[in-house]
Design a protein around this ligand. Sequence first.
Ligand SMILES: Cc1cc2nc3c(=O)[nH]c(=O)nc-3n(C[C@H](O)[C@H](O)[C@H](O)COP(=O)(O)O)c2cc1C
Length: 362
Amino acid sequence: MSALFTPLKIKDVTLRNRLGMGPMCQYSSINGLAQPWHMTHIGARAVGGAGLIIAEATAISPEGRITPGCAGLWNDAQVEALIPINAFAKSQGAVIGVQIGHAGRKASAARPWEGGAHLDDNEGGWPTVSPTDAAFDIDGTRLHKAPRAMSLDDIAAVQADFVACAKRALDAGYELLEIHGAHGYLLHSFFTPLINSRTDQYGGDFDGRSRMMSETVEAVRAVWPERLPLAVRLSVTDWVDGGLTIEHNIALAKVLRDLGVDMVDCSGGGATPDARGSVGTRTADQVGLAAQMRAETGLTTAAVGCITTATQAEEIVASGQADIALMARQFLRDPFAAMHFAQELGADAKSQVSIPVGHFVA
Ligand SMILES: Cc1cc2nc3c(=O)[nH]c(=O)nc-3n(C[C@H](O)[C@H](O)[C@H](O)COP(=O)(O)O)c2cc1C
């Protein structure tokens, strides 16, 4: 009996299996609006049997986008465009979630296939914000833009944007909401001492640096229905000396758990140019940290990072290292990864995928 293909209930939501697709920016939105691409991208993975699909980093405001092609949920037209996509994913048996976030000082960048460097304001970019006015790149070549250090009013406005975005996510039909607290984007940049050198109540010690994250989570939980799961993605280590460690993140996760977070999605890195990146991180390292997080917080835990095979995903779940194995790039390669994994593990593949596929080939 496969552990990976055993359903998982989180609050009132039940995943048909424990193999999920991690959030992946598609850089294919227009003014934050979903396109036919998104129906295909999400729809194919729903048809192919993914238990959970977490839609890409979706900006709470235009300035919060990483690139001009990033998804957004700051207006009602964006909600309308997402409704049929999410309804379809759900109709095919997937649980559809979304990651909402603000890119902070890493916003206003070109799409990766256009080089990924900061866009100046006269090249389609926009001014950025961060806990301080320090730019991401010390050598000034890639993400060189100096952000504006956020005022208390700026902080309150961003928190209000998170709340408005969470309400729109509900209207759009998402069943799981993930707050992006990783990869050097705004919330992570408040928490990590590598970036946050503020001296007010949003900086300094653990309580100060975690305040932005915990206040945001608390405000979002107040509008996100109790029956639906709330997740947070954390960089559970900064992968840099002097940065956040798993211990700091376990302490944060306990605070967030007590504020109503149900699940922690354990990623890593991204705060500074010398940090190991969030993509291509060795599985054993990051999954081990997820296991530690799960053991010490009791939270539903997702592991991610270089998971590509059925045996790897099965082992992660069966050994109790994580409740959910999330894959990003493997789902790009193979939208039918869940069907293929079920077949390999001897699980009932037919019951995982959509009928017109399952009847003929599962
Ligand atoms: C094209 C692409 C886009 C990504 N976009 C996001 C994103 O929107 N939010 C996020 O938290 N991580 C993002 N990531 C990171 C993945 O979710 C994942 O954590 C990482 O790729 C490691 O998993 P993998 O080895 O299975 O690809 C992205 C990765 C890729 C390859």
